[in-house]
Ligand binder design. Structure first.
Ligand code: FAD
Ligand code: MLT
Ligand code: ZN
Length: 483
């Protein structure tokens, strides 16, 4: 694993953990929720990609908001830095310590608090695993407004804290719209009860939005309320091939107008990404095996009328074939085939992780321009690395991934700052959905103005004056380190 601390210095104003601290935590949380076991610490110190590694000596497992509050109040008064952790599937080095920060893992707060079948509003604790919520709702005839490949491990609190986008955003919008309320604990232990369940509430500043996407830097999210859509009876998935990027774009415009209200996902992967998935992930088969194509597109529709929805999609596919926007395609015939199509797209991060070292870029860019960057990177890098692209085309979100045998400063110098500058020139975002974490804390100015970042730093100072919450992440180190 690459060390994460190479360019950051430990903030000397933070205390180091001592035996009195451990004794206090044991008294508050109970012996078994204060983890010092080497093996468990080892995995909690390393991120999903094995790219970032901290050296924390302590993992805490609070079971209630009150316990989170006591722990934070204590850490704040002692100036012990902490890192909030959910499922540890984050991709920007935000969920693991950089140095010896105490890890506060939310997995023991995993209760569903209430579900209102009329409004579809779910209230639950932050540590609920996304897939468990999906399964719970399925029984009730509802779905989560977000879905992502990491669903089996990621937690709703982590999703909210990263403002995760995922595979359904094109239909249901972001968590800024779907999270109706939340409860968060500030660094000083104060509990902010913003756990509303109202669709409309214009009473002053809507502070919950500060916690959506702030990556644990302003507080620990302990509970959330989410607006969930009803489960509709008809879901269809097509796996399609396009021969050039322009066709993918045209297909997207067509899908938006012709499939309209039933369009629920529009995802793409290029031939290079498909290759990587087929070569590195077991049990994945190419549903269009007759030849390799330059681009693959996955279109899902979700609606309430089985016969007319299917007719609509079939007509759309025939037209797209006739106008040569697609060169091949297949419609899932049953639920197994549907999930095998999704598996191909969702396996892209896993395939990359297996293939070697990965430089990951998660960019929002104008759709018509985004693939130019991928092609430029291929030319720049030549044989030294393998460039793959996939992502949420329907949302203008490109996942540009550069796979190399190992992390190599020369390769990195070919990629950065070029990719960030290119994105900035096109007024894109250097983090569409993964957040900034440690990886991009010092890069924020490529996407936000200095005045905006200054206000962010002021808000951070107001809510967390000692800077104990997820230090070295999100904001530039020059603005947050004590001098
Ligand atoms: P963690 O990784 O544990 O933490 C993420 C950040 O949130 C950290 O900064 C952490 O400090 C903070 N945090 C966690 N819990 C809390 C809390 N309760 N209170 C305050 N702060 C907290 N992201 C997308 O947006 N779209 C995708 O499609 C997508 N697909 C993915 C697929 C795979 C296979 C993987 C590995 C990751 C994917 N991701 C995706 C990345 C993504 O950010 C997450 O998977 C998810 O949202 C993180 O949730 P988590 O519980 O694992 O959080
Ligand atoms: C995805 O869309 O697959 C995720 O955001 C993960 C990734 O970018 O690799
Ligand atoms: Zn994604």
């Amino acid at each position: 694993a690459a060390s994460s601390s190479s360019t950051v210095r430990r903030n000397p104003s933070f205390a180091t953990l001592n035996s009195d601290d451990v004794a206090y935590f044991k008294q508050v949380l109970g012996e078994k929720n204060v983890v010092q076991d080497e093996d468990r610490l080892e995995s909690a110190n390393v991120d999903w990609q094995h790219k970032y590694k901290g050296s924390s000596r302590l993992l805490l497992l609070p079971r209630s908001t009150e316990e989170v509050s006591k722990v934070l109040q204590y850490c704040n008064s002692r100036r012990l830095a902490v890192v909030p952790q959910g499922g540890n599937t984050g991709l920007v080095g935000g969920s693991v310590p950089v140095f010896d920060e105490v890890i506060i893992n939310m997995s023991s707060m995993n209760n569903i608090i209430s579900f209102d079948k009329v409004s579809g509003i779910l209230v639950c604790e932050a540590g609920c695993i996304l897939e468990n919520l999906i399964l719970f709702l399925d029984d009730q005839g509802f779905i989560m407004p977000l879905d992502l490949g990491a669903k089996g491990s990621c937690q709703i609190g982590g999703n909210v804290s990263t403002n995760a986008g995922g595979l359904r955003l094109v239909r249901y919008g972001s968590l800024h719209g779907n999270v109706l309320g939340l409860e968060a604990v500030l660094a000083n232990g104060n509990v902010l009860d913003m756990l509303g369940t109202l669709r409309k509430d214009n009473t002053g500043y809507d502070l919950k939005h500060l916690f959506i996407g702030s990556e644990g830097s302003l507080g620990i999210v302990t509970k959330v309320s989410v607006l969930t859509p009803p489960k509709l009876s008809s879901v269809n998935i097509a796996f399609l091939a396009c021969e050039d990027y322009l066709s993918c774009q045209k297909l997207l415009s067509e899908a938006k107008t012709k499939l309209g209200e039933i369009l629920s996902a529009f995802e793409f992967l290029d031939g290079q990404a498909m290759n990587l998935v087929l070569n590195h992930v077991e049990g994945v088969r190419n549903p269009l095996p007759s030849s390799m194509h330059n681009f693959y597109v996955l279109i899902e529709t979700t609606g309430s009328d089985e016969s007319s929805d299917k007719e609509k999609l079939e007509a759309f596919l025939i037209r797209s074939m006739e106008s040569s926007l697609i060169s091949d395609g297949v419609l899932a015939q049953d639920i197994n085939q549907a999930s095998s199509f999704w598996r191909i797209r969702e396996s892209a991060p896993e395939a990359l992780a297996r293939a070697g070292a990965v430089y990951k870029y998660d960019l929002s860019l104008p759709v018509e321009k985004m693939y130019n960057l991928v092609e430029e990177m291929r030319v720049k890098l030549g044989q030294s690395a393998y460039v793959v692209a996939y992502g949420h085309l329907g949302d203008g979100n490109l996942h540009l991934n550069i796979s190399a045998p190992q992390y190599d400063d020369e390769i990195l110098a070919q990629i950065e700052p070029y990719v960030y500058e290119w994105t900035s020139q096109h007024r894109g975002s250097i983090s569409a959905e993964h957040g900034l974490g440690l990886m991009k804390a010092n890069k924020i100015l490529y996407s936000k103005s200095p005045e905006t970042v200054q206000v962010m730093a002021s808000i951070k100072k107001l809510l967390d004056p000692n800077g104990i919450l997820n230090p070295y992440k999100v904001l530039p180190h020059s603005l947050t380190s004590e001098s």
